[in-house]
Design a protein around this ligand. Structure first.
Ligand SMILES: Nc1ncnc2c1ncn2[C@@H]1O[C@H](COP(=O)(O)OP(=O)(O)OP(=O)(O)O)[C@@H](O)[C@H]1O
Length: 289
């Protein structure tokens, strides 16, 4: 499990130790971004040693750019390598109901589609790997987790970036903390319903793909039969197969054009309508991956 030393992940450590001792290991990633981080990682190592939980510290380099994104990428890469090395079945992180609520409201506020509104998934894959990623605490409130740690008499570390109002998530956290009428567990329940709908859609896409998509050399032919949400995903998948990486809004515009009998270029492909079919060929001068 991924234990930063904050109250959430220390609670996960304590809860797991109480219910399934000796079946898990812990790791802490030091992003090298704060001078105190090494001591915080050592603090987690000591707690784990007292509990008899195997623990490792990974120091990673964070690339320039969006520091939070880069830190997350480096962290997940280190955790995935650790899981492979130690032959671990999965990685668990301590995301809880408030994390889910913040994610949901931020994405609603950005006009996210279904996929984004599934929020933090209870079970997914560590990005860029095949390692399962579990979030067992989405049904827990932040305060409940803090009480678990306090009850054990352990001092958690507090990352000052969690109070840095330059980050959208921190602002959202503070807004939601004041909005007592918002029930994070209800938002988390909605995220689960949407995740079910997302899984159903993914299944429907494989059906549509199997029945309605054909590859003829470098040309892809799609005879759309399913509703728009599925068409959008099938077209995205075709463009990806052709080596592109299109934005969702651009795919939506292309699908609108194809539905009205027109076509156009997108992500290295040219799309046009041929009878009832949508045909995709590589744009002249572009080589396929
Ligand atoms: N430095 C770290 N070392 C180990 N695990 C960590 C570290 N930082 C975060 N985690 C794990 O990730 C969980 C989520 O942390 P946080 O909310 O800070 O991440 P985030 O940057 O928002 O990333 P995410 O995209 O995973 O939500 C923590 O509860 C913990 O399990």
């Amino acid at each position: 499990m991924a234990v930063s030393g904050g109250p959430d992940s220390l609670a996960m450590l304590l809860l797991a130790h109480g219910s399934m001792p000796r079946t898990f290991e812990a790791a802490t990633v030091d992003h090298g971004l704060r001078p105190e981080a090494a001591a915080e990682a050592a603090h987690v190592a000591q707690i784990c040693a007292e509990m008899g939980v195997p623990h490792q510290i990974f120091r990673v380099n964070v690339a320039a750019g969006n520091v939070q994104d880069e830190a997350r990428n480096a962290r997940y890469a280190a955790l995935a390598a650790w899981a492979t090395d130690r032959n671990l079945a999965a990685i668990a992180t301590a995301h809880h109901a408030e994390d889910q609520a913040e994610t949901m409201v931020m994405r609603l506020n950005r006009g996210s589609g279904l996929s984004g509104l599934t929020g933090i998934r209870q079970q997914t894959i560590v990005p860029g790997s095949h390692i399962p990623l579990l979030r067992p605490l989405l049904g827990w409130r932040r305060q409940e987790l803090a009480e678990v740690v306090e009850g054990a008499g352990i001092a958690p570390v507090h990352d000052p970036s969690n109070l840095d109002m330059r980050f959208d998530r921190v602002k959202m956290r503070q807004h939601l903390a004041r909005a007592e009428w918002i029930d994070p567990l209800a938002l988390a329940a909605s995220a689960r319903h949407l995740a079910d709908a997302e899984d159903a859609l993914a299944w429907a896409v494989t059906q549509e793909w199997g029945r309605c998509v054909r590859q003829e050399g470098a040309t892809w032919r799609y005879s759309p039969a399913a509703p728009r949400a599925i068409r959008l995903r099938v077209v995205t998948q075709i463009l990806e197969q052709m080596g592109g990486n299109p934005r969702g809004s651009a795919v939506a515009r292309l699908v609108d054009a194809l539905e009205s009998g027109e076509g156009g270029p997108l992500a290295g492909a040219l799309a046009r309508v041929d009878n009832q079919d949508w045909v995709f060929v590589p744009e002249p001068g572009r080589t396929q991956r």
